[in-house]
Design a protein around this ligand. Structure first.
Ligand code: PHB
Length: 355
């Protein structure tokens, strides 16, 4: 697995290895503010070639879970500074994932109890976890053209805040059934205007958001994550190959830092996207027949096959702050404890031991 330890240039960054820490919601940012524990958690994992933070809302209505961090106020921006400083002091590189949840939101998360927004008023059928139990997501409010324009601006403003906070760049969350994905997928986007209908229209929100964020901070600091064919959060795509080929073709001219693909067992589609994408491709490898979290072995194979340039892993990073050393030593690995994934304190967060 030596190929995981080769250097890689991504945008203007030189990564010492090809092991990327995937974004993971941890729900410990009370009031939307990251804190000293957040800084410790990420700094412990600075041996990653690149850290991608947990999903971070670019606006109040972008929030989808309890105690996720924001990047839409001066106070939130300032709070992140302590995290980026800690990671940089430890020799790491870190980008923030900007995640707008769209219909995967709930009035209980918003100060004024507003409805979540989405391309179309189609309920998720999912629920919000709260300390008071599970709450059904309501039917979201369909976005007006003004809402769309404002949301694109919110992404750009959050990207500016990210640079202000010391991040090396941003990743736009276009995967896993959140807002950008809700525009892409034909079961969540029933619009009859220029943002809905044929594939050229369904990719418009993603492309306009990329354009605005590129204008704000420069293409070499922008990545985007997609999950072709994933059904997470009750997404259903009738045409993943057409859809993602069109999206990747539309994004190719921008010269982005990277495309991050969360594979849903369709290696053929990953290869198609690899062929269409001129830049760095980060893969969360889930080849057919591999159940469970992505593995370094699957990652090394994908690098060897030329399908990807870097590999993102989630649970292994969560539970193994010194993951590169453990891969070099061929393990052993700590096992991630699902009971401490979301919320709580340092337990299951900063107390996973190193070798
Ligand atoms: C989650 O918190 O369940 C979650 C968040 C973002 C993702 C996937 C899952 O992309």
């Amino acid at each position: 697995m030596e190929n995981l330890f080769e250097q890689l240039t991504v945008g203007k960054l030189t990564l010492p290895n090809r092991l990327v820490m995937a974004p993971m919601t941890r729900s410990r940012a009370s009031g939307g503010l990251v804190n000293a524990l957040t800084a410790e958690y990420y700094a412990q994992r600075a041996g990653a070639g690149l850290i991608i933070t947990e999903g971070t809302q670019p606006s109040v209505l972008g929030q989808g879970y309890t105690d996720t961090p924001g990047l839409h106020s001066a106070e939130q921006t300032e709070a992140w500074r302590r995290v980026t400083d800690a990671v940089h002091a430890a020799g790491g590189k870190i980008v923030v994932q900007l995640m707008h949840s769209g219909r995967i939101g709930h009035p209980a998360l918003y100060p004024d109890g507003a409805l979540p927004v989405a391309p179309s008023p189609v309920a998720s059928g999912m629920q919000l976890y709260t300390l008071d139990g599970m709450l059904d997501h309501p039917t979201p409010r369909g976005m007006t053209l003004d809402d769309i324009a404002q949301t694109v601006r919110d992404f750009a403003d959050a990207a500016r805040n990210a640079i202000e906070a010391g991040f090396d760049g941003v990743e736009l969350h276009g995967a896993n059934g959140y807002l950008i994905h809700q525009f892409l997928a034909d079961n969540t986007n029933l619009r009859t205007d220029g943002y809905g209908g044929p594939v050229e229209n369904r990719i418009r929100f993603a492309v306009e958001t990329v354009q605005a964020v590129v204008d704000a901070i420069g293409p070499e600091r922008v990545g985007i994550r997609v999950s072709p064919g994933s059904t997470y959060n009750n997404i259903s795509e009738s045409d993943p190959e057409t859809l993602y080929t069109a999206l990747v073709r539309a994004l190719a001219p921008y010269g982005l830092a990277y495309l991050h693909v969360m594979e849903a067992s369709d290696r053929h589609l990953t290869e198609r996207l690899r062929a269409e994408w001129p830049g760095t491709l980060i893969l969360n490898p889930h080849p057919a027949g591999h159940e469970g979290p992505a593995t370094p072995e699957a990652g090394a194979a994908a690098l060897r096959d030329g399908v990807a340039d870097a590999i993102s892993l989630a649970q292994l990073w969560l539970a193994n702050p010194d993951l590169p050393e453990r891969i070099k030593a061929d393990g052993p690995y700590n096992t991630a404890d699902p009971s401490t994934f979301y919320g709580g304190d340092h337990r299951g967060y900063t107390d996973y031991p190193t070798l």
